[in-house]
Design a protein. Structure first.
Length: 274
């Protein structure tokens, strides 16, 4: 029965990986407390999401944005980023709206509302981005990974690992041939799901930790061939355009890359990392 020991060891390893993916990817949620009357105090400890939502409902979009920004000082939240993006969108600050929608999407990649509003904001940007065609399998895989956040994939891995244990129990100890077959094939399916869920959780976690994308925040910026104002101007980008940061080693300048492979240098102050 050595194979049973191997399955048990494999199960312990997978369960440990699932616990790690779940715990290590948690994002701190902001504390919620009441705001005293209508006095705006510049401290996130006395700001509540309800007060920021109230300002938004009352069409005070600038005030709402300030409150949401203060809330984010206590930790990241997809809901707060989403509402902050809405506030900036209503204030016609498209670049900041796109930035915060992108940040919300990192934390909650399966949220259709965030994706819809992000596309609405992108439509208002000057630079129109043409999506690079991808192989169907690659596109399908990305969509599958982005269905859930890292936390949710971790929970999925834990749940199916528990089901795997139940299936293994019935396979080993049941005397009914049909139940043993069901337990065996259910166990195989659960192993596949647990492994994939951990891989997807790790991918989502990597996206959260290694943030290499940024948004152009200035009305327009000239991308240069070298990290200097004297460098040759290659092309111009406008606010709201998403870029990948290729070289982050310099303080005052960042090398960026576009979807079509174009690269160049822009001042660090012209972009903000998602």
């Amino acid at each position: 029965m050595n194979w049973i020991k191997y399955i048990a060891l494999l199960g312990v390893f997978i369960f440990s990986s699932a616990i790690y993916a779940q715990n290590d990817s948690l994002v701190e949620e902001p504390a919620v407390v009441m705001l005293a009357d209508t006095l705006y105090i510049p401290s996130s400890s006395v700001i509540s999401k309800q007060s920021a939502d109230s300002a938004y409902i009352n069409n005070d979009f600038v005030g709402a944005a300030e409150l949401y920004e203060l809330l984010l000082m206590d930790g990241e939240s997809s809901d707060v980023y989403y509402n902050l993006g809405n506030s900036y969108y209503k204030s016609n600050e498209i670049a900041r709206a796109i930035l915060n929608y992108e940040r919300a999407l990192l934390l909650d990649p399966g949220n259709a509302d965030i994706r819809f509003n992000l596309e609405m904001a992108r439509a208002k940007a000057i630079d129109k981005v043409e999506e690079t065609p991808e192989i169907f399998f690659v596109s399908w895989t990305k969509s599958l990974i982005n269905m859930q956040s890292a936390d949710n994939w971790g929970v999925c891995a834990i749940v199916f690992f528990i089901i795997l244990i139940v299936a293994a129990y019935f396979f080993i100890f049941s005397k009914n041939v049909m139940i043993k077959k069901i337990g065996f094939f259910s166990g195989l399916l659960c192993i596949c799901i647990v492994v994939l869920a951990n891989v997807f959780a790790a991918q989502q976690k990597r996206s959260l930790v290694d943030r290499s994308s940024a948004i152009i925040m200035q009305p327009s910026v000239t991308v240069r061939s070298t990290p200097s104002e004297s460098g040759t101007g290659l092309f111009v980008l406008h606010e709201g355009r998403k870029v990948d940061v290729k070289d982050n080693s310099m303080i005052g300048w960042k090398e960026i890359r576009l979807e079509d492979g174009k690269v160049g240098w822009v001042p660090a102050a012209a972009i903000e990392v998602i």
